[in-house]
Design a protein around this ligand. Sequence first.
Ligand SMILES: *Cc1c(COP(=O)(O)O)cnc(C)c1O
Length: 397
Amino acid sequence: MLSHEKNHLTFNQQRDSYAWMSQRAWVEIDLAALSHNVRQLVKLLSPSTQLMAVVKADAYGHGAIVVAQTALESGASWLGVATVPEGIQLREAGIEAPILILGATHTPEQIQAIARWKLQPTLTSPKQALVFSNTLEDIKYDSPLPVHIKLDTGMSRLGTNWQEAAEFVQLVQRLPHLAIKSIYSHLATADSPDPTVMKQQQQRFETAIAQIRALGIEPPCLHLANSAATLSNRSSHYDIVRAGLAIYGLYPAVHLDSSIDLKPVMQVKARVTQVKTIAPGTGVSYSHHFVAPQELRLAVVGIGYADGIPRNLSNKMQVLIRGQRVPQIGAITMDQLMLDISALPADVQEGEVVTLLGTEGEEEISAEDWAKQLNTISWEILCSFKHRLPRVTLGNN
Ligand SMILES: *Cc1c(COP(=O)(O)O)cnc(C)c1O
């Protein structure tokens, strides 16, 4: 068990315990929203297309085990992870669904772990395929290991160049101990409103598959789509779609916002730890980047950049208290940040819950809002919350 899993208490356990009352900050994971998103995606797919829930990077910071379990219960049938330890973590939790390792694996130790834990690797080069076959021979692996052939059709990341696909597939097919389970590629620009590059990648994928078929090899399974392509391009669905961001309830791009109804799964919350009044001219936090223009009421909140609140949001972000937006002031520090709560009723006090990301009443602050302010993408925001913040699951059984 990883140390952070001990923090993965259910809402009821947390609410009823002293630990909950004294919790300074936490991440709420709404499993009902996750389940809703997975069901929405499944509805979009034809009955012959399966959904792979991409749960790499601890399920984009949401908690891999609970997300994988909920996604499988809600209609996903595959899981995607980046690394061997991520796959083992799911197997150790008793999850039996097929798990594709999207990242590269090379060493005999990794290959033995893949075989032992029944994980399914991505093959990207002849050299790697040979190491796999030889290692499985050495350990006298007795059944063929399902492997997935990755083609580079324009992402310029992992994969055999699409022009060499047929040759590579032929080689892997002839190697002992390996059974080709799927052939796949990854799109670089599926979230762009301009589909030109996506279409070109898809055309290259189709050409490679046609060349493989011309050798008399029928690929058992094809997949290409990430969340953006799943939402925007039905012809990219093939046999499996690999959805990450969308299952977490975020849209990969503004122009896809109305494609299906998604609900954000993650909220980030913390408590007010002190309230005070400061005089006009008083500096706030390190370097006094904020100086009170008039008397104001200040709230200290127990969350900071060591929890994953980006310090670059200092003096720029807002949070929600009692359904109202209030400005954050001064530099965000390692474990704490300050708010100007002058506009709120006078009875706001220590212990009050602050929503940093999430919804209160009519107001919402989303990972997209932060991403825009920080000139990054919502994927990075979701992945940025540290394990010091316990993940509190809501809406489960
Ligand atoms: C991360 C990843 C995905 C999921 O991407 P989203 O945009 O989050 O849906 C799909 N395929 C591969 C190969 C990935 O690495």
